[in-house]
Design a protein around this ligand. Sequence first.
Ligand code: 13P
Ligand code: SF4
Length: 352
Amino acid sequence: DDAACDARIRAAKEALGSRCAILGHHYQRDEVFAHADFSGDSLKLSAQAAQSDAEYIVFCGVHFMAEVADILSRDEQTVILPDMAAGCSMADMANLRNVERAWRELSDVLEPDETITPVTYINSAADLKAFCGRHGGIVCTSSNARGVLDWSFSRREKVLFFPDQHLGRNTAYDMGIGLDEMVVWDYDKPMGGLTADQIRNARMILWKGFCSVHQMFHPNHIKKFREEHPQGKVISHPENAFEVCQASDVVGSTETILKTVRASEPGSHWLVGTELNLVNRLHHEMAEKNVKVQFMSPVVCMCSTMFRTDPQHLAWVMENLAEGHVVNQIKVDASEAREAKAALDLMLEITA
Ligand code: 13P
Ligand code: SF4
């Protein structure tokens, strides 16, 4: 049961001591999150992985995060993902084959390597980060997308942004790029379903990807909340649709959401548009400070892949490590890792 599992994780953790660091994303369930030595959004966790001295990094998050940890950590460090099936449906919406095809098709209309910077959201496989590394591109997270796009547009006139159209659209719009200067690349259609003129006139080419969790939030949820609670405030993650972000008071990464709500005055009331585990934890934490935290949707929106990491899997990988066996290691191919690291280092450098 849960108590026994908890004790097994603690015992293995104690046996391993500083040789092992557990990183936990904010969307992890409570029973797992409680064991994290470090928590954060994707950017903070990447930096944490790069700085860690631990021999083993156990990543309670999803596959692309563990890949980033492996790419940024030293050769002698080992990264472990407790459940190998913890992927990200958004990351899966772009793959090397369809991104390379897009790049080829774009070259029928213009010289992509001179006119377009490929920008991949960190929620993507390592080979796509390597693609960006090869083509003068870069990686971004939800907390540095603005700085990364500023950098990109200072070099080339256009950006191909994948996999999340919403983060791309929301960020570009904030920079003053009009919706009429953005097009959506439908990777299931030849030429992304676009005409040559549409491509030539666009500044932002947005991949047709989205997050299945955040797509559940709707501007009507915000409208209803504002009618019932005129003094209330709304905070949303930039993976939400444009209309949701436009109707929100604050838009930011998971770390920004936590910081903003934690800094609010007693008596505040927040409607929060992001994953349920984060919101539930924040709700309980802030209740003591007389700040009300409410989940945006009337239905349960959990990230089912984040949820895959359960105490049983964590106990299993930790006990194996304590006995000297590495299970569920995430290891990115060396040449791919080198190119991906170039794009990640650039991101860490320009947004430091
Ligand atoms: P951040 O924690 O970086 O805001 O990202 C949220 C997310 O969806 C991770 O997959
Ligand atoms: Fe992927 Fe969305 Fe889950 Fe984040 S919340 S890991 S973007 S499916």
